[in-house]
Design a protein around this ligand. Sequence first.
Ligand SMILES: Cc1cc2nc3c(=O)[nH]c(=O)nc-3n(C[C@H](O)[C@H](O)[C@H](O)COP(=O)(O)OP(=O)(O)OC[C@H]3O[C@@H](n4cnc5c(N)ncnc54)[C@H](O)[C@@H]3O)c2cc1C
Length: 608
Amino acid sequence: MFPVQDTLDRDDVPILIIGSGPCGLLLAFMLARLGVRSLIIERYPTRLDAPKAHALSPRSLELCRQFGLDVNKIRNIGATREDAHWVNFVTSLSGKLIGRLPYERMDAEVLNDTPTMIHNIPQPEFEDLIARELPNHDLVEVRKNHSFVRLENRSDCVLASIEDRSTQRVYTVRCTYLVGCDGAKSAVRRFLRIESEGEDSYETMMTIHINANMSPIIKERVGMLHWVIDPEVSGFIIGYDLSGNQVLICNFDSTKHPVESWNEALCRKVVNAAIGTNVPYDVLSYRPWILSRKVAKAYRVNRVFFWRCCSSFPPTGGLGLNSGLGDVHNLAYKLAAVLHGLGGDSLLDSYEFDRRHVAMVNSQQSVKNGKQIFGLLKAFGTTDSNMEVARRNLYRNIEDCHAMKDINQGIENQREHFDNLDLHIGYIYGDHRIPENASIYRPVCIRGGRLPHAWIRLYSQEETALPPIDSSYVAELSPEEVEMKRYSTLDLCTFDAFTLIADRGTALHWKRTLKEMCECLPAGMSNKLKIRLVIRGSDFDLQPGKNGEDWVQLTKLYDGNAILVRPDQHILECFTFPAGHSGLLKVLREHLAWDTVVPDWHKVDSVL
Ligand SMILES: Cc1cc2nc3c(=O)[nH]c(=O)nc-3n(C[C@H](O)[C@H](O)[C@H](O)COP(=O)(O)OP(=O)(O)OC[C@H]3O[C@@H](n4cnc5c(N)ncnc54)[C@H](O)[C@@H]3O)c2cc1C
């Protein structure tokens, strides 16, 4: 492979991002907020209209909020909570409702675990929302219709060849780091020959994008997902917008209908069976794919980074995009710390250590969900090769109370598929166990865990620049409850600082400890390291009630303990009273890999 030409007219940028999907856009936005300039290269002049992902997990919304994307505004776009509440199992959209399960956790109680419950918004609208914020940052440039060609990963920089597709001119960009956000078939990953691990193929799938007004058919049987159990279909319709955009994802028998045989007529046959009645619509696109699981074996090669989206995830579980957004959040503050001289290079290694396990768990759960749900479809007796026999089996089964008992149990067994709360907010960096149940979230206050959420009141508005959360979309809440659910403990942690949370009783001790630690920092570091001390009882307090009491018990701040939180809201360390400044310095030194960035550490060691 010949080297990339290092031309005089090359572009120079700290971060080069390949791909302007939601992850690339969010990374650029976060980096800009952290004061880092980036250039996004996007292969296509315009985006495909297919809506793709529909669910922003609680964690995705939490991290959007932390960086100043207004979750109240996000919640006003996309499906309402009422419309998205259910997963329906039907013979067709106009046919019989066989059963239903809640779609993820949208009950009011989930607000004890997260300030921002899941919200359903078509992916293009989410992308537009971020893209609208980018012009406010002169630290971001987006070049559309430009394509990544190849790269040279040098010891001090990356040189990338980029093609301007409108003129075919190939030019060079020199960057300190390159991040491949170019999707499941990542050209960057392939160029570097990074292998993936996972399983190859489970089912052959077809995604058909249509526009149809389904509201008069679905009527009050609204839901986010409609699993259609018909021998012609075996799949689900995503209700992004019941009066317009719909996507049908179905499993098909490729021996009976080889991929090459698919055309608009066959798509219509399947969609008509899914709707079950005459409705006008256009087939906007159709795309075959294989339900499989792949996770890149490495997330970093020298100065080049990838993330889970450079792997493929089955959509069963809605964990794909959300895992990618979590990766972005983890990587952004680390890149900024290194570029600002606050972190050493090996801080960037912790990105793979933290995030790859999350991708493994989430992808395995997505496959498990996919296998179970397609197994259920078989239990309905719809897989007989003769369509008429299969349909007769189906209708006989749903009228038979013994068969219905099994079917109901089969639907009940899918509950975990549609409730992934623990996978969304419960992952603990450094804990590489596989959760026993994706739905059961138990907050913890330990190193690597996300700071547990509880509702707080702020004594000084200076503690956060964020707008209050508007929880009034949860109709069950009284005005008093809405008023109490405006700020979260997560709001105490800003994206550009470490946060030390302690109790009023020992505030003086922690203030002194922090001051002593800052006095020990090597020259030049104290003005880069930002640590905010936030005191319960002076700066904030828990809202009255069990939620706040549980948080107090979990954190044990009343014993004099203090929690040091990373800029990504994950706990770096829990200190017990009366830990001194050397303990604080040690964990920051390790995390930020100061030994490689601070040449005169021996001087610091001698004063400790
Ligand atoms: C029907 C459907 C439903 C889904 N539902 C969900 C869901 O509910 N929840 C969920 O979490 N996920 C879901 N997903 C998955 C989700 O859509 C993806 O995980 C998400 O798009 C990944 O975002 P990304 O930014 O990493 O990559 P992408 O959105 O794939 O963007 C990659 C970008 O890179 C560009 N690019 C590619 N090659 C080059 C190159 N050589 N040079 C420059 N640019 C390049 C592409 O043009 C593209 O714009 C769903 C997917 C589908 C298809």
